[in-house]
Design a protein around this ligand. Structure first.
Ligand SMILES: Nc1ncnc2c1ncn2[C@@H]1O[C@H](COP(=O)(O)OP(=O)(O)OP(=O)(O)O)[C@@H](O)[C@H]1O
Ligand SMILES: [Mg+2]
Length: 380
């Protein structure tokens, strides 16, 4: 018969209460947060300091809440802090990893429990669509089915609640859903009138608001100071132009994501190569010759700081080159006269009988974002 040990008790309580086991033990929470920060920083290029800051806030809020609970128990005062575990606003340009952070946080600390809400669904022209989140009152369409948010909270006591692109939500939705959620940790089910609690959840909102203010600074720019009061104060000031200050002041932290710089783009490119190699298996290697490297360099520059653009470029230009590749064959990549990436062997075969491949003869047009080539000595 198995012994009744600590581990067994954790498992039993976690299953009964519907919460991840790691959250029952302070030591395990700290380890999970640390592991989340390490893994997410490896995955999201150039956002290490943002993730570090997020980890600190999640951890310190946990400590704060525990102290509060202990004091409340000792003094028999039921003044619990019912606000969410942490409320986070992630700001930054498109494709910098804001939404991905919410997913990684859910995977790392909440066993993948993510309640994902896209605020464009409840924009100014369709504020009644909020019924999809919180249920509809009697007599309204959708009454009886509940909402994604309320059903999600009923199912999971603890989760990441993602409000993606909050600037797209109608003001009424922000006031009636987000404000009480951030302020008291409550959501009202408009279907049943029941109050649901998000006290053990991390509320994670994303937005592109004010990102042009940081457009010039990249992930490797001068210390971006996430965590410095000055930078966060500046971000909150910009936000107050778009959101009511009651909303802005309720976030425990405002994180500013930076667009990828040149090194960041190349780092992501090489991660994508590694992923490809891992998927293909058979010890393959991917290499770019100097011509291909110039072409990619120029295209990456055109992509700018958006990681999605780097992924698209890799998918469109490199993945098709896998077709017809032999098992174990290395993928040596060059570029043809139109600046299209090609397998070096294929281009060589194409050129048999023509002029030899001269990689010094390539230039990348610096005036536009379209790579072009010219042969040395024949003019542009
Ligand atoms: N810094 C980064 N390093 C590596 N990959 C990244 C980075 N940022 C984003 N990605 C990848 O790019 C894709 C888009 O990321 P994500 O959805 O998190 O962007 P976002 O900041 O939320 O953009 P948007 O404001 O357009 O919603 C994802 O596949 C993500 O893994
Ligand atoms: Mg996003």
């Amino acid at each position: 018969m198995p012994a009744l040990n600590r581990q067994f008790l954790y498992e039993a309580v976690a299953t009964q209460a519907g919460i991840p086991q790691a959250l029952l033990d302070t030591g395990q929470v700290a380890a999970a947060v640390e592991q989340f920060v390490t893994r997410a920083s490896e995955y999201l290029v150039g956002q290490g300091d943002v993730l570090e800051r997020l980890g600190c806030v999640v951890q310190s809020r946990m400590d704060e809440r525990r102290t509060g609970w202990n004091q409340a128990v000792e003094t028999s005062h039921a003044n619990w802090d019912t606000r969410p575990w942490a409320s986070v606003l992630a700001l930054g340009p498109s494709g910098t990893g804001k939404t991905e952070t919410a997913r990684l946080l859910a995977d790392g600390i909440f066993d993948g429990r993510l309640i994902s809400l896209h605020c464009s669904e409840v924009g100014p022209e369709s504020p009644h669509a909020v019924a999809m989140w919180t249920g509809a009152p009697p007599g309204y369409v959708g009454h009886g089915t509940g909402g994604v948010l309320t059903n999600g909270l009923r199912q999971h006591r603890t989760a990441v609640i993602l409000f993606d692109e909050i600037e797209k939500a109608a003001r009424g939705v922000v006031d009636h859903v987000l404000l009480p959620l951030l302020g008291e940790g409550t959501v009202t089910d408009r279907n049943t009138g029941e109050t649901l609690w998000a006290t053990d959840c991390v509320v994670f909102c994303t937005s592109n608001l004010g990102s042009e203010a940081h457009a010039g600074s990249t992930s490797a720019g001068p210390s971006d100071g996430n965590g410095s009061g000055e930078e966060e104060g500046e971000a909150r000031k910009i936000l107050s132009r778009f959101l009511r200050s009651e909303v802005v002041s309720r976030f425990h932290v405002v994180l500013t994501y930076r667009p990828l710089d040149r090194d960041g783009r190349w780092q992501l490119w090489s991660f994508l190569e590694d992923d490809l190699v891992a998927k293909v298996g058979d010890n393959a290697r991917v290499t770019l010759d100097r011509v291909a490297r110039n072409v990619v360099e120029r295209r990456l520059e055109c992509v700018g700081g958006n990681a999605r653009g780097v992924q698209d470029l890799f998918r469109d230009q490199v993945l098709p080159l896998l077709a017809g590749r032999e098992v174990g064959e290395h993928l040596h990549i060059t570029a043809d006269a139109s600046g299209r990436l090609q397998r070096a062997g294929d281009l060589h075969a194409e050129r048999q009988g023509g002029s030899p491949h001269d990689d010094t003869a390539w230039v990348i047009d610096s005036g536009t974002c379209r790579g072009r080539s010219r042969k040395a000595g024949r003019g542009a």
